[in-house]
Design a protein around this ligand. Structure first.
Ligand code: NAI
Ligand code: MG
Length: 337
C-alpha cells in the first residue's frame, strides 16, 4: 500500500485531480489517499494558504499529488518544495501525436534546481530605493542538481547533458554553476555522457530552432521555470506538461500549469498534464508496469484523437477525456476490472 497525500488546490487543479484519481482507481494498486488543503480557497477558509497540517502530511507520505494553486502559488508550491527539500524539479518536454506540437520527435528533460536561486523568497525585500531579490547559488545545491541530471541521463540511456546559465553576465553566481557543471561532467565522461553548455538566452532560441538536439538540460531555478513553459509551447500547451519534484525523503507530482481561472469551472481542462504527473509518480514508486500501461493508454487516446479537450482542438470535457484513458487502460489489462 502507498500513502498518497492529495492536494487538489484551486480552479482546474480540482478538476484535473478528480479526473486523474478516477483513472488511477482502475489500476491494480492499493493507493491510500489522504486529502489535504492548500491554495487560495484554503486561505479564505483557514486564514493561511499552506497549513502546517498539510506540510506534515506531505512529509509523511510516500508521494504527493498536487493539482494547482491560484494567486497563492508562491506561498504554497514554492514553499512546499523548500519545506520538503524537493531539490530536483523534472519537467519532461515530449511531442505527442494528435497535439499542436510544433515539431515531431521532441523528447527532452529539463532538470531544474528547486530550492535556491532567485526563488528564495525570504531574500526578497523592499529597500529605500525600490526592491531587491538575492540570487543564492550554493556549491552543495548546484552540485546535487548537476549530479542528478547526469545520473538521470545515464539511467535513461541519454548521451548528453546541456548546462544552461548566463555566466557571461552573472560571472560569480552562474560562473560557479558552470564550473560545478563541468566538474560534475568529469565523473560521467567515461560513462559515455557528453557535456555542453549554452547561455540561457541562446538556449531560448535553440529550443525553437533545434529542439531535437536536446536530451537533458540542467539549470538554476528561474531559468528552469521559464524554459519549461517555452517547452510547453513547443509541444502544444501547458495541458500536456507534467512534473516531478524529488527529494531525498519525499516527492511531489504536479502539472506545470496553474489554476487557469479563464477556463476553471467549465469542465474543459486537459487532464493529461495531471495524468502524466501520475505516470511519473508510479515510476518513482517503482510501479513501472502500471506506469507504462497508463502512458500507453494516454498515447492511444491522443493518437485516436476522438476524445480531446478544446486546447487540443477537440470538444470533449475533462471527464470524457479521462474516461477514454480509463477505457484504454482496462483494455490493456482485463484484471484491472
Ligand atoms: P495557467 O497555467 O493557469 O494558464 C495559462 C494558460 O494555459 C491559460 O490560458 C489556461 O487556460 C491554459 N491552460 C493551463 N492549463 C491548462 C489545461 N490543463 N488545459 C487547458 N488549458 C490550460 O497560468 P496563469 O494564467 O499564468 O496563472 C493562473 C493562476 O495560476 C495564477 O493565480 C498563478 O499564480 C497560478 N499558477 C499556479 C501554479 C502552480 O500551482 N504550480 C503554476 C503557475 C501558475
Ligand atoms: Mg512556471
Amino acid at each position: 500500500m502507498y500513502n498518497i497525500t492529495v492536494i487538489p488546490g484551486d480552479g482546474i487543479g480540482k478538476e484535473v485531480m478528480k479526473a486523474t484519481l478516477s483513472v488511477l482507481d482502475a489500476l491494480n494498486l492499493n493507493l491510500n489517499y489522504t486529502f489535504a488543503e492548500a491554495g487560495d480557497e484554503c486561505l479564505e477558509i483557514n486564514g493561511e494558504p499552506l497549513p502546517e497540517k498539510t506540510i506534515q502530511l506531505c512529509k509523511k507520505s510516500d508521494a504527493c499529488l498536487f493539482g494547482a494553486a491560484g494567486e497563492t502559488a508562491a506561498d504554497v508550491i514554492v514553499k512546499l518544495r523548500q519545506e520538503m527539500e524537493l531539490f530536483a524539479n523534472l519537467r519532461p518536454v515530449k511531442s505527442y501525436p494528435g497535439t499542436n506540437a510544433l515539431f515531431e520527435d521532441i523528447d527532452f528533460m529539463i532538470v531544474r534546481e528547486n530550492t535556491e536561486g532567485l526563488y528564495k523568497q525570504d531574500e526578497e525585500k523592499y529597500t529605500e530605493n525600490g526592491a531587491e531579490a538575492k540570487r543564492i547559488i550554493t556549491r552543495q545545491a548546484e552540485s546535487r542538481i548537476c549530479d542528478y541530471a547526469f545520473k538521470y541521463a545515464l539511467k535513461h540511456g541519454k548521451s548528453k547533458v546541456t548546462g544552461v546559465h548566463k555566466a557571461n553576465v552573472l560571472k560569480k553566481t552562474d560562473g560557479l554553476f558552470k564550473k560545478i557543471f563541468y566538474e560534475t561532467a568529469e565523473n560521467y565522461k567515461d560513462k559515455g555522457i557528453d557535456a555542453e553548455d549554452f547561455y540561457v538566452d541562446a538556449t531560448a532560441m535553440y529550443l525553437i530552432t533545434q529542439p531535437k538536439t536536446f536530451e537533458v538540460l540542467v539549470t538554476t531555478n528561474l531559468f528552469g521555470d521559464i524554459l519549461s513553459d517555452e517547452g510547453a509551447g513547443l509541444v502544444g500547451g501547458l495541458g500536456l506538461i507534467p512534473s516531478a519534484n524529488i527529494g531525498e525523503n519525499g516527492a511531489l507530482f504536479e502539472p506545470v500549469h496553474g489554476s487557469a481561472p479563464d477556463i476553471a469551472g467549465k469542465g474543459i481542462a486537459n487532464p493529461l498534464a495531471m495524468l502524466l504527473s501520475a505516470v511519473m509518480m508510479l515510476n518513482y514508486l517503482g510501479e513501472t508496469e502500471e506506469a507504462e500501461n497508463l502512458d500507453k493508454s494516454i498515447l492511444k487516446v491522443l493518437k485516436e484523437s476522438k476524445n480531446l479537450t478544446p486546447d487540443l482542438n477537440g470538444n470533449s470535457t475533462t471527464d470524457e477525456m479521462a474516461e477514454a484513458v480509463k477505457i484504454e487502460l482496462l483494455k490493456l489489462n482485463k484484471s484491472y476490472i
